[in-house]
Design a protein around this ligand. Structure first.
Ligand code: F58
Length: 813
């Protein structure tokens, strides 16, 4: 799927200068002479936003166009910084850099002014951001719908090795990228009760009304001709935010209560990863943005003069995990209660419009809501969900399975609890109410069919499909690695930005010593840059000639940062035992946030920090081993780490990482992967070939077998002296003499529980790591593998993912 990029920028140098200065003077009240870096950042952002807004009307918002509009509903959009990417997309990067330079300002200082837009936790949110980019690049009309959180994912600092969380005030005085559209405000209801109207129909009388105000962000394609938008909802209370009676009686706090309630709904992003919290505020957030989005879609449809019966023909909803699954009963409610349709017609439209992406198999991460809670907040929706379940169980399910109670109980939307309450399984609701359900990598989608929803796969053949994730090459190669981008341009042309399969043309160059040198040189420069950042952030000096071994992702037991740590300790011991041996120098780089309530994950962070401190200060090592944990891992930090990585750690327990996308970003930039046969690693291994990746560890089947037979981590501890010594050193206070018990909880968990079987994979991991060290000592061999990684990972472009969605899921192009 290649798109032609524009040869000339949408705005010439002179107009650009005039527009930019206009923004400086009018919006910011300053002049080029007096402007601070922050002023320049704001003015540049406003100028680019304007260019995009002009194009928006001519492309995706053009009402005459017939393509099905994709509405990507997601609680999270992890956008990162927007300016650098936008300058590159609009072909104005050099123009801006030169102009700033003429005022004595460095463009990098200006780009650094931008606070990341961290409206997401991790992979799921970043995927949504990559998909928005690719939808624009595939010229598919699309809107991303989400929440305009006032506070994004917490900022992370380390205090004495402990993670400390601070609020993320990312847009204290507004963001130049966001345009408020108050005229498109919608009203939604919450709470209340059901009533019978005069015609005997059930009617919902909400107890509370809320407004959703849309804030739009433009998403340009490469070249800027095609522009989509992200529409984020902010919650506002009704017409009377302040109770003046109470206010006049001096009850100031009580008088403002409404204001506080209304504000909290879009106030904060839930900082959880992998385990959703069953809190009522989260359910209200889910309903809030979903209901606002559906109202918005229906309003636009009507504005175009189209009949309600054709809604599904013109709009496809993509539910990013089950978080927006309440869209299914909400759409039914709108079509029946507000548009007067009968059940069957409303159901046909709903099932035609909705599509659901599953991102996890972890049972504890599958969302369930208590029916009594949901019924209190959304009484009409509970009725509709009950009806959907009734029709399903007495229709399709009965036809297929008769009275087989075991299966009926499994496929039912409701799970009956012993205490009499019922839980609503949002995943079952999503499968029943959607036209397509997809997993996010081939292995994962296979497991979705075989283990998670086998009954649904039998009942609805063809409904469950796979769409392997991808990453946008504009941000994750062109923008973050300009050195490599230039090298590629010189050798294979420039089209790879919008047609990543072009990277295949690099294959013969993997045999050219000159090209390998140039490739290695780019990496070295990137490592020097990262080394400077490490020095600044961690006060640790690292050697850019060492192997940079990188693990960057959320901190979770299944991702197994603890396995990495055990290997580091074993290397440390080995170096102390054999100080004169020829060890490959390594720098271990970590970046990860732990959910604030996830105790063990935070203990693992503490352990990494404590061990880093000891190792980094041990002079006996001669600087051959360093461990750094960069604080506040986020998109803009990833952009600096990824181009400098030699080794990409993708070491989750097989069967638990649905896909991973960091694996794709690192591989694309030429890092070699050390990984298990999990998630998209399997497809990455297929693409690059067994010789160009370090695969280790138990397979999905072997993990399942081990679980079946009863996993005993202590057995591995006892029988492997290297492992035993590593764990003992955690136990006995070697890494924190002042508080010898500090790291005990991590050691004890590993020995006695080890839910994700790190110990079972330790030996195989260590062997693979030895192979890594040996290979790194043979530069020709290493760089050949690195080039082949870049050359063969073109299929992991999110442009390909979106083309797959269009074909297999939305039927849109
Ligand atoms: C991630 N899920 C998967 N969830 O773990 C990863 O393998 C995959 O590549 C990625 O999705 C994209 O498909 C993920 O990031 C969350 O962060 C949820 C946030 C809300 C609570 C539950 C977890």
């Amino acid at each position: 799927m290649s798109q032609k990029k524009s040869e000339t920028p949408l705005m010439d140098h002179n107009t650009f200068t005039v527009e930019l200065e206009k923004h400086l003077r009018r919006e910011l009240g300053t002049t080029p002479k007096r402007a601070t870096a922050h002023d320049w950042w704001q003015a540049l952002s406003l100028t680019l936003r304007d260019i995009n807004l002009d194009q928006l009307q001519q492309s995706s918002l053009d009402e005459s166009q017939q393509d099905r509009h994709v509405c990507y509903l997601s609680m999270e959009f992890l956008m990162g910084r927007l300016l650098g990417d936008a300058l590159m997309n609009l072909g104005l990067y050099e123009t801006a850099a030169t102009l700033l330079q003429s005022h004595g300002v460095r463009i990098s200082d200006v780009l650094d002014q931008e606070r990341d837009m961290s409206l997401g936790n991790g992979g799921l949110g970043r995927l949504a951001a990559c998909f928005m980019d690719s939808l624009a690049n595939q010229n598919i009309p699309a809107t991303g719908y989400g929440i305009n959180y006032r506070y994004g994912l917490f900022r992370q600092a380390f205090v004495d090795g402990y993670q400390k969380e601070m609020p993320d005030v990312w847009r204290e005085f507004g963001s130049p990228w966001e345009t408020c559209r108050p005229s498109e405000t919608v009203e939604i209801g919450l709470f209340g009760h059901m009533e019978m109207d005069r015609d005997g129909n059930n009617r919902w009388v909400p107890g509370k009304k809320l407004f959703g105000v849309p804030w739009d962000i433009t998403i340009p394609s490469f070249g800027g001709q095609y522009v989509n938008r992200l529409r984020l909802w902010e919650s506002l209370v009704g017409a009377y935010p302040i109770d003046l009676d109470k206010y006049n009686q001096g009850e100031y706090l009580e008088a403002c209560r409404n204001l506080v309630d209304g504000d909290t709904i879009s106030g904060v992003l839930y900082p959880e990863d992998s385990t959703p919290q069953g809190k009522d505020l989260r359910l209200i957030q889910q309903y809030f943005f979903t209901a606002c989005s559906l109202k918005d879609i229906i309003r636009q449809h009507k504005q175009r003069g189209l009949p309600m019966g054709s809604l599904a023909k013109h709009y496809a909803l993509q539910l990013n995990d089950t978080h927006p699954a309440i869209a299914i009963p909400e759409l039914m409610r709108l079509l029946m209660d507000e548009e007067g349709m009968v059940w069957n017609q409303a159901w046909a439209i709903t099932q035609e419009m909705c599509h659901y992406t599953n991102h996890t198999l972890l049972p504890e991460a599958l969302e369930k809501w208590s029916a009594s809670l949901l019924g209190r907040i959304l009484p009409r929706h509970l009725q509709i969900i009950e009806m959907i379940n009734y029709v399903f169980l007495n229709g399709e399910a009965k036809e297929q399975w008769g009275d087989n109670l075991e299966i009926i109980q499994k496929v039912s939307i409701f799970e009956e609890l012993d205490n009499g309450d019922r839980m609503i399984r949002m995943a079952n609701l999503s499968v029943i109410g959607s036209r397509r359900v997809n997993g996010v990598a081939a292995l994962h989608s296979g497991l979705v069919k075989a283990n998670l929803f086998p009954e649904f796969d039998t009942l609805y053949p063809g409904k469950l499909v796979n769409v392997t994730n991808g990453v946008t090459p504009r941000r994750w190669l062109a923008h973050c690695n300009p050195g490599l981008a230039r090298l590629l341009d010189r050798n294979i042309g420039t089209d790879w930005r919008t047609d990543l399969d072009q990277l295949e043309k690099l294959t013969p160059l993997a045999e050219s010593p000159d090209f390998l040198d140039a490739f290695a040189n780019v990496r070295f420069k990137n490592k020097e840059r990262l080394a400077r950042l490490i020095e600044k952030e961690c006060k640790v000096t690292v050697n850019p000639n060492a192997l940079f071994d990188v693990q960057i992702k959320r901190l979770h037991e299944y991702k197994r940062q603890q396995l990495n740590l055990l290997h580091i300790i074993s290397l440390y011991h080995e170096m102390l035992d054999n100080p004169d041996a020829d060890h490959t120098p390594r720098v271990f780089v970590f970046g990860a946030k732990a959910a604030p309530g996830y105790v063990l994950a935070k203990q693992i962070i503490l352990a990494i920090n404590k061990i880093a401190q000891v190792i980094n200060n041990d002079r006996r090592l001669d600087d051959r081993l360093k461990v750094v944990f960069l604080p506040d891992y986020r998109v803009s930090l990833a952009e600096q780490i990824i181009p400098a990585a030699d080794l990409s750690e993708q070491i989750s327990t097989a069967g638990f990482e649905a896909s991973g996308t960091g694996n794709m970003k690192l591989g694309l930039n030429g890092a070699l992967t050390i990984g298990t046969l999990d998630g998209a690693n399997v497809e990455i291994a297929e693409a690059v070939g067994d010789d160009n990746i370090f695969i280790f560890g138990k397979t999905v089947d072997e993990i399942a077998a081990l679980q079946q037979q009863g996993y005993n981590p202590y057995h591995y501890y006892e029988s492997n002296p290297v492992l035993k010594r590593a764990i003992d050193s955690l136990m006995n206070g070697s890494f924190c003499q002042h508080k010898p018990d500090l790291l005990k909880p991590v050691a004890e968990d590993l020995m006695h529980r080890d839910q994700f079987m790190a110990l079972a994979d330790f030996e195989s991991y260590r062997e693979a790591q030895q192979e890594v060290s040996e290979t790194f000592r043979k530069p020709r061999l290493w760089w050949r593998k690195a080039v082949l990684n870049t050359a063969r990972l073109g299929r992991f472009s999110s442009d390909r993912s979106i083309a797959d969605y269009a074909e297999k899921v939305w039927n849109s192009k």
